[in-house]
Design a protein around this ligand. Structure first.
Ligand code: ZN
Length: 52
């Protein structure tokens, strides 16, 4: 996964890519909820379109 250095949900500048994002969502409840919803969404897509 590559993050551009900004939270994709609220636009906050992150300390560094993935690790900074994981720290950010520990403290940002809204972003964590949206990130979890996004994860569910992509795993649903993978089940639907990436079978095989
Ligand atoms: Zn955020």
């Amino acid at each position: 996964m590559g993050y551009p250095g900004l939270c994709p949900f609220c636009g906050t500048a992150l300390r560094d890519g993935g690790a900074g994002f994981m720290e950010h969502i520990e403290t940002a409840d809204t972003c964590r909820e949206r990130f979890e919803a996004w994860l569910e969404n992509i795993s649903g897509d993978m089940e639907g379109t990436w079978t095989g």
